[in-house]
Design a protein around this ligand. Structure first.
Ligand SMILES: CC(C)(COP(=O)(O)OP(=O)(O)OC[C@H]1O[C@@H](n2cnc3c(N)ncnc32)[C@H](O)[C@@H]1OP(=O)(O)O)[C@@H](O)C(=O)NCCC(=O)NCCS
Length: 152
């Protein structure tokens, strides 16, 4: 199991795009998470989004994105809307360590209201992962995806 201290988050710069796009996916992933190329392209138009490479042992092993919900009039609420770990590195505690780091980072906002996430309702890995970190499922959104929230 990976120690959370061995996992770091790094803002994705233009130089990192190739490594993020090259992260290995499994066949079933397309149903669960958008392609990293599409997500990176989105950073060009969504000024509230932050794209982070998940790194372990000097290697990029995953990718996540979150955004501040400023457009919705909730500048102290955040949504983690992308998360994936390279298929060769799954099951080692990397996603849990990465989300813990994101929670710590967002807790720096003294007015932090909530962190929300949503995932395909039958995504057991996402449900277990976020549930173990204190996210509570609150129901399905209009697309049938599960919404879960973390409140400090
Ligand atoms: C979901 C995902 C990010 C988990 O990454 P990971 O680094 O393998 O997860 P971790 O090793 O940190 O696991 C943390 C917890 O998540 C849960 N979990 C992870 N993989 C699981 C699986 N295949 N089945 C059930 N629970 C799982 C477990 O509760 C696990 O804790 P445990 O090992 O103590 O039982 C990864 O499987 C992935 O990239 N999946 C495809 C994309 C996706 O579903 N993204 C999330 C929704 S956007």
């Amino acid at each position: 199991m990976t120690d959370a201290r061995e996992v770091t988050l790094k803002e994705v710069m233009d130089d990192d795009w190739d490594r993020v796009i090259a992260l290995r996916r499994t066949e079933g992933d397309d149903r669960l998470v958008a392609s990293n190329a599409c997500s990176l392209a989105e950073t060009r138009i969504n000024i509230h989004a932050t794209a982070l490479a998940i790194c372990a042992a000097g290697e990029v092993v995953g990718f996540l994105m979150y955004e501040r919900l400023a457009e919705e009039g909730r500048p102290n609420a955040y949504s983690i809307f992308r998360l994936m770990v390279d298929a060769r590195h799954r099951g080692r505690g990397i996603a849990r360590a990465a989300i813990r780091h994101v929670i710590d980072r967002l807790m720096n906002d003294p007015k932090l209201e909530l962190i929300s996430i949503c995932y395909v309702a039958d995504n057991a890995a996402a449900r277990n992962l976020y549930g173990s970190l204190g996210f509570k499922e609150i129901g399905l959104d209009e697309d049938g995806e599960m919404i879960a929230e973390f409140r400090p």
